[in-house]
Design a protein around this ligand. Structure first.
Ligand code: NAI
Length: 475
């Protein structure tokens, strides 16, 4: 088996944590039981690009339990938990000397070149007959296949412009090496039945490609299952934003001024958590609806420019770019904490920060750096501007990820087994499946659901067994 992880000897530790996580992931475990005999993913060759954590290990082993062959990478250079990666490679039946699990190409602290090399490895199936499915988080695997196929069609890979981001230059270099007469990427694209996408940012990319007519295979938008974005993005970040701040800096949050940029699902979770710790939370927004929500939830809403000099903690949650600029960081208080929990690292202008003449970067510990300005004041940047909850802590806890990943598995089954029902397009799972995911998590929390009587169901116009809300309902 080909794989590349940091240290296989961490597998036993990883396995113990996987066993604890399985107990906290009732949705995934119920799906394993439900489909054990049917093996709906037999024949599926799934390439996964999603943070290689303990929770993801339970997802991967669920896909395998349903019959799939899997190859995996992380979707971020800092988010891999090395013991989880090792345990997945060794597998429940294997040993360090005789690994029998799943090929993983991921370790914490990859360079960007290594990151894209890993993505290419996981997309390159031994024997050349796969993958036929992608499970993506942020859309990097989908992007590589699409760009490769596009340049093979054009017959050439374009040269990078000098001011292109470093990462784009790395991608173009990789494609220059791999775009070939044999049409490696076109072949891969033609075999793929579909992609299931985990997060807001990846979903944006998919809708853009579909609109532009360039999407090459159907996609299920897992993010917009209610049991994903209204749980993982919100309650997951409510947990892991504090975990990231604590493990990175251990500053007392109570009494501090915290700015949350963006009040979407992630922003709502972060603002709530910081308030829960006793911070005075200020929100920035561009959308009047979300700004009004933040105001009615009791937060001051203003612009970053207005508060950049008084805040102690900054968290960007927008999925947009250039939210905190180098100029903003130059005006911040001494030792202000600057962090991003959105998917990509361009929410904070790290490139602009590095270009300030005379600025000095010093590592406090991995993923925690001070940047000292020529005037002597410093800021503390978490995870080099990448998502801090996975870079500085361990991401979301198992229970909330069980909701997200149960949607992922159901979406993989849908696209793989009902391919003809999904012509090229971007779909969300039907509401009855969303409700099923929620239902699978109620018992573990001791929730007792009220059942509709037939007369009540008729009165509000829904079936007794659901779905209970129209598609336009917003929760
Ligand atoms: P969302 O679309 O619900 O929220 C983003 C909000 O930012 C929107 O309300 C938008 O109006 C606002 N915004 C955009 N530009 C802005 C600007 N210049 N200033 C202030 N506000 C601005 O998206 P969601 O689901 O909250 O996701 C946000 C990001 O977090 C995405 O990149 C997503 O992929 C990522 N994500 C990260 C997770 C993690 O564990 N770190 C978990 C889930 C999502």
């Amino acid at each position: 088996m080909d794989f590349k992880v940091a240290d296989l000897s961490l597998a036993a530790f990883g396995r113990r944590e996987i066993q604890l996580a399985e107990h906290e992931m009732p949705g995934l475990m119920a799906i394993r039981k439900e489909y054990a005999a049917a093996q709906p993913l037999a024949g599926a060759k799934i390439m996964g690009s999603l943070h290689m954590t303990i929770q993801t290990a339970v997802l991967i082993e669920t896909l395998v339990a349903l019959g799939a062959e899997v190859r995996w990478v992380s979707c971020n250079i800092f988010s891999t938990q090395d013991h989880a990666a090792a345990a997945v490679v060794v597998g429940p039946e294997g040993t360090v000397d005789d690994p029998k699990g799943v090929p993983v190409f991921a370790w914490k602290g990859e360079t960007l070149e290594e990151y894209w090399w890993c993505t290419e490895q996981a997309l390159t199936w031994p024997g050349g007959d796969g993958p036929n499915m992608i499970l993506d988080d942020g859309g990097d695997a989908t992007l590589l296949v699409h760009k490769g196929a596009e340049y093979e069609k054009a017959g050439a890979v374009p040269s990078a412009a000098e001011d292109d981001p470093e990462e784009w230059k790395i991608i173009l270099d990789l494609l220059r090496r791999t775009v070939s007469e044999e049409k490696k990427w076109t072949e891969i694209a033609s075999r793929i039945k579909g992609v299931t996408e985990e997060t807001t940012t990846g979903v944006h990319r998919l809708y853009e490609m579909f609109k532009a007519g360039t999407l090459l295979f159907p996609a299920i938008n897992v993010n917009d299952s209610v049991t994903k974005s209204k749980f993982d993005n919100k309650y997951g970040c409510r947990h892991s934003v504090i975990d990231g701040l604590n493990r990175a800096t251990d500053v007392l949050i109570g009494g501090k001024v915290a700015v949350v940029c963006g009040y979407g699902d992630v922003g709502k979770g972060c603002a709530d958590a910081l308030r829960g710790q006793g911070a005075r939370v200020i929100v920035t927004e561009i959308d009047p609806i979300c700004a009004l929500q933040a105001a009615m939830d009791g937060f001051q809403v203003t612009t970053l420019e207005d508060v950049v000099e008084i805040a102690d903690i900054f968290v960007t949650t927008t999925g947009n770019f250039n939210i905190i600029t180098a100029e903003h960081m130059g005006r911040m208080k001494h030792n202000a904490i600057v962090s991003n929990i959105g998917h990509f690292d361009n929410e904070i202008d790290m490139a602009g920060l590095a270009k300030i003449p005379g600025i000095v970067k010093q590592e406090v510990k991995p993923q925690v750096h001070t940047w000292t300005f020529p005037d002597g004041h410093a800021i503390i940047v978490l995870a080099e501007g990448r998502l801090m909850n996975l870079g500085c802590a361990t991401g979301h806890p198992s229970f909330v990820m069980s909701n997200s990943f149960t949607n992922q598995v159901i979406a993989q089954i849908e696209l793989f087994t009902k391919t003809e029902d999904y012509p090229i397009g971007v779909y969300v799972l039907p509401k009855h499946l969303d409700e099923k995911v929620a239902r699978l998590h109620l018992d573990a929390l001791g929730v007792k659901l009220t059942e509709l009587t037939k007369a009540q169901a008729d009165y509000i116009g829904v079936p007794v067994e659901g779905p209970y809300k129209p598609d336009h309902y917003r929760y």
